[in-house]
Design a protein. Structure first.
Length: 360
C-alpha cells in the first residue's frame, strides 16, 4: 500500500485557516527580494486546474489565477512536520512493516495482516482514510498492488481522495497505456531520452531490450526501468534510518511577546519532544526554538548542547533562553506560534548515565 497525502501543505493551511476552504490555495517559498519573488511549493486542486504547479514562479501563478479567488501563503514547514508526525505514527501501526518516503507519503506492507486478500486490503485502506479524515481532517490517495512500484503508480491514478487497487493479474493491463513519466524515477531528462528512442508509454518501454536501456541509462537505472515497466519490484517495505530532527509547534492562546504567556506552552512542547526522544531511544545535541510572527514569517534560534541529551528540563531551559534572546533582539515582534526543534540526533548505547546504571 502507498499512502499519498493530497496537496498536503495546502490542506494544512486550510485546516489552520478555514476561510481558505473553497479557494485556490498556493503555498509559496518567498525569496524576499521582492514581494512576489520566489516559487510555488504546492497548491490545492482548485489552483492546479488552472495550471499552477510546484516549481513555477509565484508571479506566473498569480497571472494564471488573476480571475480566480486565490490565496497565496508562505510555506510553514514546522507546522506541516507536526501534522505529518502524527499521521505517520498512525500509519506505522496499520501493517506488518512501514516505510516513510517523505513528509506526505509512506509505504505499508499489509500482506500478513490481510493474508494477501485484496478485499481485506480495501477495508484497511478505507479505515485509514476514515481515521485521517476524522483525526486530522486530511484526505489521501491510496494505491494497493503486489509490490511497491505498482502501489506507487496506483496511488497517483485517482486523485484527490482516490483508492486504486491493482491485483497481480491486472498489472500488465493497468501499466500498458500509461505514459513513461508515471514510473517513479522517470524525470524530465529520462523522459526526453526515452522519447528519442520512440518510447512514450510503459507498454513500449516494457518491450524494449534491457541492453538498450542499460546502454542509455547505465546498468542500475536501465535495469530498474525495465523491471518497473513490467510491474516487477522485489524491494521490501522497511523502516528507514532514525530521523535527523524532531519538532513540535503550537499556537499561543493569543498573539503575544510576553514570556509569561509563551513559557508554559514552550514547556509543554519540550516535554513532548523529550518524550518522543526517550520513546525512540534517541538523544539530541542541538536545540532550537521556532517563532512564527503575526505576519506568518518564521524565525529560529539554535544552540549546541555540551553533550547529547533527551532531558526535558534541559531542552525546556535552553528553549526559554533562546526565545528570550530572540525577543530582546527584536523588540517590535509579536508571536503567533512557537515551537521547539531538536536535531543532531543519535541512538543511545549502553549505560549513558549514573541514574540508568543504578536503575539497572
Amino acid at each position: 500500500m502507498h499512502v499519498d497525502l493530497d496537496s498536503f501543505y495546502a490542506q494544512c493551511e486550510e485546516n489552520a485557516n478555514p476561510n481558505l476552504k473553497g479557494k485556490a490555495v498556493v503555498v509559496c517559498v518567498y525569496s524576499g527580494r521582492t514581494q512576489d519573488s520566489g516559487v510555488v511549493s504546492t497548491s490545492n486542486y482548485q489552483a492546479r486546474k488552472y495550471g499552477v504547479k510546484a516549481g513555477i514562479p509565484i508571479v506566473r501563478a498569480k497571472k494564471l489565477l488573476e480571475s480566480v479567488d486565490a490565496v497565496f501563503v508562505p510555506m510553514n514547514h514546522p507546522s506541516y512536520e507536526q501534522v505529518s508526525e502524527r499521521i505517520m505514527e498512525l500509519l506505522r501501526t496499520q501493517g506488518d512493516s512501514y516505510e516513510q518516503m517523505s513528509i506526505d507519503e509512506a509505504f505499508i506492507d499489509i500482506s500478513g495482516r490481510t493474508d494477501l486478500n485484496f478485499d481485506l486490503a480495501r477495508d484497511t485502506a478505507l479505515e485509514i482514510k476514515k481515521q485521517l479524515l476524522t483525526q486530522e481532517n486530511v484526505t489521501c490517495s491510496i494505491g494497493i498492488g503486489p509490490n511497491k512500484v505498482v502501489a506507487k503508480i496506483a496511488s497517483d491514478q485517482s486523485k484527490p481522495n482516490g483508492l486504486t487497487i491493482i491485483k497481480p493479474n491486472e498489472v500488465t493491463d493497468f501499466l500498458a497505456p500509461l505514459p513513461v513519466s508515471r514510473i517513479p524515477g522517470v524525470g524530465k531528462k529520462a523522459e526526453e531520452k526515452l522519447t528519442q528512442l520512440n518510447i512514450s508509454t510503459i507498454s513500449q518501454l516494457s518491450g524494449l531490450s534491457p541492453t538498450i536501456l542499460i546502454e542509455a541509462f547505465g546498468r542500475s537505472v536501465g535495469s530498474y526501468f525495465h523491471r518497473a515497466s513490467r510491474g516487477e519490484d522485489d524491494e521490501p517495505v522497511k523502516e528507514r534510518e532514525q530521523p535527523t530532527q524532531l519538532s513540535r509547534i503550537a499556537t499561543l492562546k493569543q498573539n503575544t511577546r510576553q514570556v509569561e504567556d509563551i513559557f508554559p506552552l514552550l514547556s509543554e512542547l519540550a516535554q513532548s519532544v523529550s518524550g518522543k526522544l526517550k520513546e525512540q531511544g534517541i538523544t539530541c545535541k542541538s536545540v532550537a526554538v521556532i517563532a512564527i510572527l503575526t505576519d506568518l514569517s518564521i524565525h529560529s534560534r539554535s544552540r549546541m548542547l555540551e553533550s547529547h541529551s533527551s532531558d526535558a528540563r534541559l531542552i525546556d531551559g535552553v528553549g526559554k533562553e533562546l526565545i528570550q534572546e530572540f525577543l530582546q533582539s527584536n523588540p517590535e515582534v509579536v508571536l503567533r506560534r512557537v515551537g521547539i526543534k531538536v536535531s543532531s540526533l543519535t541512538k543511545e548505547t549502553g549505560q549513558t548515565n549514573m541514574s540508568k546504571f543504578l536503575a539497572a
